[in-house]
Design a protein around this ligand. Structure first.
Ligand code: C5P
Length: 406
């Protein structure tokens, strides 16, 4: 199943490190090539010679930073590997990953991988696994798209019973296979989705916003992940607890249109498809007053300034990116949406109306360049999202064909 795949194995300081030897064998039996890194603490639990003999490669340790013996660095190891597996991962290493620490080779190497290419198999005592710090760190990693291979229950090295045992090597292998072997239509495609409302503050206690709930963004995120895409979700303020809804996506929370523009701009060079489903405020107050504006006038005039059109502005820079927008229209629906498709230089625009705000279902029309409109009547947002993903796969295939013919 893993023929030709390259696994970088990070071993850290847990008694479960002895299981790494069997894990390497299992991965190799499936056809994978394995290289290992180990922390200083890990060396107390398994010998470097064992890892070297099993992998057939030099083992990377913190000494490589000073002895200059290896030409491979954490960057070239990340380029070599298809996936970075940390097994066993201690609470300390998990905290290092969550904070982006580069204090040793195992954690600094993680910084050179995109989150979707990292799998973490924790091993620790139950009380540690349940501690708020570890729970928060693990949840943060999941949110970024790291695969957490949950520990099992049973007897722990400290003599206690409970959750915290390193997952069985066979379960770790299954989780890695799910990451590495995908024949999904959007496998490896990097999709950035914006969703939810934006919030434009008037003063410290009031803002301008709209009733967007982010539901379409969640549906798009789930559909994209299910088709194998890597998802960066830039989300305006919504009421949902996001972790479980979009586990597997990289989540970036923003407030204002300017925040959203900054995050879209920061991610666009590593994006293949941008879907702007956010209900971005068209205007923001010229100034944000400090404190609370007093009600000392009968009529108050609010001075607003136009927000940048994030989608339109990025179109010039993102020439190779598939660009998708939404058009919420209350009149001249088709005509306005067609105009926006051309004006913002989009590949697709999805027309909807104000009744879809917060609703589970709605009626939508997909408009694409050089194609007739596709009407999707009274569909759930999940079904709409699946149709959009199908069209994205078609557009990408068509682009690939055109590139090959040129
Ligand atoms: O022009 P209109 O606001 O109707 O366009 C809607 C589309 O443009 C949506 O995809 C929305 O996310 C995006 N948009 C934007 N920046 C704005 C306003 C809307 O990117 N300031």
């Amino acid at each position: 199943m893993l023929k030709g795949k390259r696994v970088l194995l990070g071993v850290t300081g847990s008694i479960a490190a002895y299981k790494s030897a069997y894990l390497i064998r299992l991965l190799q039996q499936e056809g994978a090539e394995v290289k290992a890194l180990i922390t200083d603490a890990g060396k107390h639990f398994i010998g470097i010679d064992t890892l070297r003999a099993l992998t057939g490669h030099e083992v990377y340790t913190d000494n490589f930073l000073t002895d200059g013996a290896w030409r491979d660095s954490h960057i070239s190891l990340a380029e070599w590997a298809d996936v970075y597996l940390l097994a066993p991962a201690t609470a300390n290493t998990i905290a290092g990953l969550a904070c982006g620490m580069a204090g040793n080779l195992v954690t600094s190497t993680a910084l050179a991988f995109s989150s979707h290419r990292i799998a973490v198999a924790p091993a620790m005592n139950t009380a540690m696994w349940c501690s708020p710090a570890v729970v928060d760190n693990v949840s943060l990693l999941r949110r970024r798209g790291v695969t957490i291979i949950d520990p099992g229950e049973g007897s722990l090295a400290c003599g206690a019973q409970g959750t915290g045992r390193l997952a069985e090597p066979e379960d770790i292998l299954a989780a890695l296979t799910a990451i590495l072997v995908t024949n999904k239509p959007l496998s490896g495609v990097r999709i950035m989705i914006t969703a939810g409302p934006t919030r434009e503050w008037l003063d410290d206690v009031r803002y301008i916003s709209n009733p967007s709930t982010g539901k379409i963004g969640f549906s798009l995120t789930r559909a994209a992940l299910a088709q194998g895409a890597e998802v960066r979700l830039v989300m305006g303020p919504v009421n949902e607890l996001l972790d479980d809804i979009i586990a597997g996506a990289e989540l970036i929370s923003v407030e204002s249109a300017l925040d959203m523009q900054r995050e879209v701009s920061a991610g666009i060079d590593t994006t293949d498809v941008l879907i702007m489903a956010a209900a971005v405020s068209d205007y923001r107050p010229v100034v944000r007053a400090s404190g609370k504006i007093k009600k000392d006038k009968d009529v108050m005039t609010l001075n607003l300034v136009r927000n940048p059109d994030i989608l339109k502005d990025i179109a010039g820079r993102a020439v190779n990116c598939v660009l998708i927008g939404f058009a919420l229209e209350s009149a001249n629906h088709l005509e306005n949406a067609q105009r926006k498709l051309a004006d913002k230089r989009l590949d697709m625009i999805i027309l909807n109306d104000p009744t879809s705000f917060g609703a589970e279902t709605g009626s939508f029309t997909l408009l694409m360049k050089n194609r007739g409109p596709i009407c999707i009547d009274q569909a759930s947002k999940d079904n709409l999202a699946l149709s959009i993903m199908e069209k994205i796969a078609d557009i990408l295939k068509e682009r690939k064909r055109t590139d090959e013919n040129n």
